[in-house]
Each structure stands twice: as structure tokens, then as C-alpha cells.
Design a binder for this molecule. Structure first.
Ligand SMILES: NC(=O)c1ccc[n+]([C@@H]2O[C@H](COP(=O)([O-])OP(=O)(O)OC[C@H]3O[C@@H](n4cnc5c(N)ncnc54)[C@H](OP(=O)(O)O)[C@@H]3O)[C@@H](O)[C@H]2O)c1
Length: 278
């Protein structure tokens, strides 16, 4: 397993399991247990996914030491900046996860009002300072959201988790994040299936064939080699294994350049500047 070190010194597995749309109950429990058995050591959940309790139960039942597993969650309701309401949601998340601490907590989506983001961030800072979270960060923040947040932040976010895949490579945002010491995590690495469609599929397949690899493995290797944290989701054992094995693949410089050239600036998830008000 490859690790990256966040700006506060916390080590984070660079590859993990996404759990968006992994149904609460049996499905989430079994998927996480299966992933941990394969070797995954990083699980990405969120209050919105409704599966935090199942993720936690699978971790506890896995027999793997708590400190070997990295757990991320996210809260999405910002209640117009009402800190007490935000604390209630965070406390509920902590009690569903019930793992002693959460490795990383993120603001799931920015609000268009920077004061609301700043209020939510100050709540995260409180929890970080008392040790409930080992790291804190944001998700779906554009450069302008971060610039406003940093005006009042005591702590620079350790992570920004954003949509990133071959059709939306996020080169500009990544450059900005590196300049601030903020680690980028990619979500939606397969662009809701668009990477399996032409003309993208043929180009990635021709790289994959040289390595006896698959499209998803090439995408995972491309992200990891760019220094990005990758968290693909699957509920199928064969795909969990396939994606996990993608962490071993090494692409040449010219293959990386061919992957980079697929960028079209095309979003398939919500535009953070036009998301529903949180
Ligand atoms: N912060 C945010 O706002 C945000 C937004 C979206 C997602 N996320 C996080 O990022 C994670 C990943 O994003 P995502 O789940 O949206 O998309 P994804 O990882 O790109 O997965 C998309 C679909 O690809 C399929 N898939 C996985 N491995 C495959 C393989 N080897 N071959 C063929 N198909 C495969 C999966 O279906 P099967 O399960 O049927 O295999 C999955 O439904 C999420 O689970 C979540 O944790 C965060």
C-alpha cells in the first residue's frame, strides 16, 4: 500500500474504497469487509451515504487493528452557519462510526456564502483540536472557495476531495492545492462510466493492453502517479480486486502524457458553483 503524508504529518493510504451508493445494511457491511480482506486500508464514507454504521461495524468485525485503517467521513448540512446544529450532526456521525476517532472529516460541499463555509470550518477546527479527527478538510471546493476560507482559517485544510478523472483532470486546481500544501483526492474516477465509452475507452485500452491491465487499473495508476488519492467504489469482489491491483501498475512518461491528453474539462457530477444550497 502506498501512503502519502498530509501537512500535519498524518499518513494516509493513497488508495481506498469509495462507498457512495453502497446501500446501507448488508451491502455496505459486506463490501467493506470484503475490501479490507483484499487489502484496502482506507474507507471513504459520508453522512449523506447513510452507511456510516455499517462501515464501522465491518471495520470492527474485520479483526484488523483500528490504527491500520483510515476512515473518512463528510457532513453536508451547513445550516446557514449555525454551529450548534453542525456540531449535532458531527456528534451523530462520530457516534454512528464509534471508532474512537475519525481519521478525516470533510465539509462535503461548499456554500456560496463564504461566511457559512468559514463557520463550518471553525467547528471542524474545534473537533480537530480536541482530537476527534486526525485530519480535517473540504470537498468540492474551487480555488475561490479555498481563498475565502483561508482568510479566517487557523488550520489549512489537509485535503480537498474533488471530481477528477481522465475527462476532468483538474491540473489547475491540483497545482493550486500543491502550492498550499493541500492534498487532492479524486472522486468519480470512472466518470460515471464515460471512460468506458468511445473515444476515451480505445485510447486507455491501448495503454492497458501493453501492461495486460484494464481501463480502471490504468486510471488508478495515472491518478496515483500524479500524487492524487484514489477512492474508486465497487460492490463486486472481482472489481474490488481488479481496482486494488491497479495500485501496482506503473505507467511510462509517454503513457502518462497520453492519459493527460484525454482531459476535456468535462464534469459529470454537480458543478460546485451551482450545487443546491447546503
Ligand atoms: N465528495 C463528493 O462529493 C463525492 C461525490 C461522489 C463520490 N464521492 C466518493 O468517491 C467515491 C468514488 O466515486 P463514485 O462511486 O461516484 O464513482 P466511481 O468510483 O467512478 O465508480 C463508478 C462506477 O464504476 C463501477 N466500477 C467500479 N470498478 C469497476 C471496474 N473495475 N470495472 C467496471 N466498472 C467498475 C462501479 O459499479 P459497481 O459497484 O457495480 O462495480 C461504480 O458504480 C464514492 O464512492 C464516494 O466515496 C465523493
Amino acid at each position: 500500500m502506498k501512503y502519502i503524508t498530509l501537512h500535519n504529518g498524518v499518513r494516509m493510504p493513497q488508495f481506498g474504497l469509495g462507498t457512495f451508493k453502497v446501500e446501507a445494511g448488508e451491502s455496505a457491511y459486506e463490501t467493506v469487509k470484503r475490501a479490507l480482506k483484499i487489502g484496502y486500508r482506507h474507507i471513504d464514507t459520508a453522512i449523506m451515504y447513510g452507511n456510516e454504521a455499517d462501515v464501522a461495524k465491518a471495520i470492527k468485525d474485520s479483526g484488523i487493528k483500528r490504527e491500520e485503517i483510515f476512515v473518512t467521513s463528510k457532513f453536508f448540512k451547513l445550516y446557514s452557519g449555525d454551529k450548534e446544529k453542525i456540531r449535532k450532526d458531527i456528534d451523530a456521525s462520530l457516534s454512528r462510526l464509534d471508532l474512537g476517532y475519525v481519521d478525516l472529516m470533510l465539509i462535503h460541499w461548499p456554500n456560496m456564502d463564504e461566511k457559512i463555509n468559514q463557520a463550518a470550518w471553525s467547528v471542524l477546527e474545534e473537533y480537530y483540536e480536541k482530537g476527534a479527527f486526525r485530519a480535517i478538510g473540504v470537498s468540492n471546493f474551487q480555488i475561490h472557495h479555498l481563498e475565502r476560507l483561508l482568510e479566517s482559517a487557523k488550520i489549512v485544510p489537509m485535503i480537498n476531495q474533488v471530481e477528477c478523472h481522465p475527462l476532468l483532470a483538474q491540473f489547475g486546481l491540483q497545482k493550486y492545492l500543491i502550492s498550499k500544501g493541500i492534498q487532492m483526492t479524486s472522486y468519480g474516477p470512472f466518470a460515471k462510466g464515460r471512460v468506458f465509452e468511445e473515444p476515451t475507452a480505445s485510447e486507455i485500452k491501448s495503454i492497458a493492453e501493453k501492461h495486460q491491465a484494464t481501463i480502471t487499473q490504468v486510471i488508478i495508476a495515472w491518478g496515483l502517479q500524479r500524487g492524487i488519492v484514489m477512492i474508486p467504489k465497487s460492490v463486486h469482489e472481482d472489481r474490488l480486486i481488479e481496482n486494488f491491483n491497479g495500485t501496482e501498475l506503473v505507467l511510462s512518461q509517454s503513457e502518462m502524457e497520453r492519459m493527460n491528453a484525454l482531459n476535456r474539462g468535462a464534469r459529470v457530477y454537480t458543478d460546485p458553483d451551482n450545487n443546491a444550497v447546503t
